[in-house]
Ligand binder design. Structure first.
Ligand SMILES: Cc1cc2nc3c(=O)[nH]c(=O)nc-3n(C[C@H](O)[C@H](O)[C@H](O)COP(=O)(O)OP(=O)(O)OC[C@H]3O[C@@H](n4cnc5c(N)ncnc54)[C@H](O)[C@@H]3O)c2cc1C
Length: 293
């Protein structure tokens, strides 16, 4: 099967790329291994996507997929297992092989977990993997954030403007840049606890406290996990793509180090990982391809 462009992944990044390509009259197909929506499907309340005061993630995902399907875009349920390039790109899935001039990789990332008992069931009820997304639900409360890198400290600063106390829990020491460390020091309501790990989550219906490896008990309403994300790029290994910290490196047009292969959304190296930034990446890649065709 031949297409001008194959999009891998139907999260907001892939779906918005499809919307722009289809409207530009470019033949496109989206391949999605699960249900369209990506990480949005794991979110109950989204309060920072323009146009909606508050919307359930599943509902937003459905609206997006209905919109692109109504334009005639096919979202095929299949998993891409290999992409290679000769004259054209060859996209091998579990069921088929596709040929395309352009590929947009929109496969996202999975937040790294603590692997503690109760972690999965407490998602949206005390456990969060995104302070910018969920911080507002913990306004005025005591919370903790796990992680000592740049993104953990950026999230801690964000939370410190909303929450009462913010504990930063680090396994050894802070690894973030000096500017961030200095800004953390200036905040009266951020308390850094070094050489600790979370041993246990205390909860009934919602998170109420955590037990640390030093035996300390912290009463908190929210635990933010900021220990990085897992980006799976095994299906691209034949291409020798340039990456930064495991994420695909792109230019401002979203093109990777391989001509014709674009990366959008959470799979690419960037500063801000949000639905709206993912959708924006998708639009930029599609418009760049349109210019190139
Ligand atoms: C719990 C949680 C809550 C969040 N809350 C918010 C929020 O309130 N507001 C906000 O702006 N952001 C929020 N985010 C972040 C936001 O969801 C992501 O930034 C956004 O979904 C990234 O979009 P994406 O399209 O790049 O990737 P994803 O949404 O991850 O979509 C990637 C898609 O690719 C598919 N895929 C992967 N590999 C393959 C393959 N080999 N073949 C075929 N398909 C494949 C996956 O199944 C998935 O559907 C939240 C994230 C999490 C985890």
């Amino acid at each position: 099967m031949k297409y001008k462009c194959v999009i891998v992944g139907a999260g907001p990044a892939g779906m918005n790329a499809a919307l722009y390509l289809k409207r530009a009259g470019i033949e496109v197909i989206v391949i999605e291994k699960d249900a369209p929506g990506g990480e949005m499907l794991k979110t109950s309340d989204i309060e920072n996507y323009l146009g909606f005061n508050k919307i359930d993630g599943g509902e937003l995902a459905l609206k997006m997929s209905q919109q692109i399907k109504s334009l005639g875009v096919d979202i095929v349920k299949d998993e891409v297992i290999k992409v290679s390039k000769q004259d054209k790109f060859e996209i091998e899935t579990k069921k088929d092989v596709y040929l395309a001039d352009y590929v947009i990789v929109a496969t996202g990332r999975t937040p790294r977990k603590l692997h503690l008992l109760g972690e999965d069931e407490l998602l949206n009820r005390g456990i969060s993997y995104c302070a910018v997304c969920d911080g507002g639900f913990y306004r005025g409360e005591d919370v903790a954030i796990v992680g000592g890198g740049d993104s953990a400290l950026t999230e801690a600063l964000y939370l410190s403007d909303l929450c009462n106390k913010v504990y930063v829990l680090v396994r050894k020491d802070l690894r973030a840049n000096e500017i961030l460390k200095a800004r953390i020091k200036e905040k009266d309501n951020i308390i850094v606890l070094k050489n600790v790990q979370v041993e246990k989550l205390g909860y009934e219906d919602k998170l109420s406290h955590i037990i640390l490896s030093n035996g300390e008990r912290l009463s908190i309403k929210g635990l933010f996990v900021a220990i990085g994300g897992e980006v799976r790029l095994d299906f691209l290994k034949d291409l020798n793509l340039e990456c930064i910290n495991g994420y695909i490196k792109t230019d401002d047009r979203m093109e990777s180090s391989i001509k014709g292969l674009y990366a959008v959304g959470d799979v690419r190296f960037k500063d801000f990982y949000q639905i709206i930034t993912a959708a924006s990446d998708g639009a930029i890649a599609a418009l760049s391809i349109r210019e190139d065709v």
